[in-house]
Design a protein around this ligand. Structure first.
Ligand code: FES
Length: 87
């Protein structure tokens, strides 16, 4: 199971975390991954100064993520993580 944790602390919230979560939910559904990936909200991950939104893909910390980055990030980081777990 892959865990994607998205910061919804006030800075990240204002920088678009809710839209990012919506987009991720849509991509997860489109790819039929809802039983292989968990999306979770998180309190402030103490990376507010980095700009954009902070998230973890498993133990990988990503900072400065923007809504526009999500399709590329999904393809380059999330799908490979899911494949790793599934073998
Ligand atoms: S609010 Fe997201 S890192 Fe602080």
């Amino acid at each position: 199971m892959v865990t994607v944790q998205i910061c919804v602390g006030s800075s990240c919230y204002l920088r678009g975390a809710p839209r990012i979560i919506d987009k991720l939910q849509e991509l997860v559904a489109d790819h039929g991954l809802s039983n292989r990936l968990i999306l979770k909200g998180s309190f402030c991950l103490e990376q507010c100064t980095k700009g954009g939104v902070t998230l973890f893909i498993n133990d990988d910390l990503l900072t400065g993520v923007r809504y526009e980055d999500i399709p590329e990030l999904f393809a380059s980081k999330i799908l490979p993580a899911v494949k790793d777990v599934s073998g």
